[in-house]
Write a protein that binds this ligand. Sequence first.
Ligand SMILES: [Zn+2]
Ligand SMILES: [Zn+2]
Length: 300
Amino acid sequence: MKCTRCKDTAVIALPSHNAGFCPECYLLFFERQVEKAIKDKKLFSHDDKILIALSGGKDSLALAWQLKKLGYDVSGLHIDLAIPGSSADARSHVERFCSENRLELYILEMEKMGLPIPEVKKIIKRPVCSVCGKIKRYYFNKFAMDNGFNVLATGHNLDDEVARLFSNVFRWDAAYLGDQGPLLPAENGFVRKVKPLYRMGEFETANLSFLAGIDYGFTPCPYSKGASFTFYKTLMDELEHKQPGRKLNFYEGFLSRGQKAFAKMDREEGQKPTPCLNCGYPTSEDICGVCRIRQILGDS
Ligand SMILES: [Zn+2]
Ligand SMILES: [Zn+2]
């Protein structure tokens, strides 16, 4: 197979784009896809101060690498969850990446914040993953707001987004469907949230990381039983295999035709968040989820 762009030998075939690329042209292709996402969806500009949530996995590091290369004003934030057997490894990958790529890095240690995940796990009855996600979202948002960042970027890729969309559609969850997309504008108490990799799948970001020489972590969390939405991802992969390009099509179709309707429905019928009485974070209860976990931890 020959590279679609320069006719050299292609090393990566992308049926979804009906193309194949040599290493050099692949990097260019990836960059253009990310730029297209940023421009088409008006995610941010070179004047914005962007905080990237860095988990240490391939997606968040690929995102940081690409945005830095494009000259955006980016810094990284890593949340050390203090989970034995995975957190130290994730953190070391983030630290090494940031020092090699001269990216400013902030680290929040949940142990020091009084919320080590192993302790949280002991006191809650729900699966810890949902609580862990809640804590991370809370601190990524809070850190950005408190430190003058106006944009929070995450490395969610097309597979993550499509699987989430699929799962939200199955439940016809208007609130979640109305909120889903690569751009969530800032509103009271929330910083603008963006997903610049939404056009690129797992395979594409893994390839970028490989070709860019990014040393990412993949020690799975001992508390999670595999990646989220695994079942939906498998279903969508099968569909994509039979109909290349279907995933991006499905997602873009939702963004242009479905998302606004759900957002409108949620504005009219949904509950408006109010500031947490304790910390001010927007919540649908008096006290936000993170403050409640803190209270239970304090009582135990
Ligand atoms: Zn080429
Ligand atoms: Zn609170």
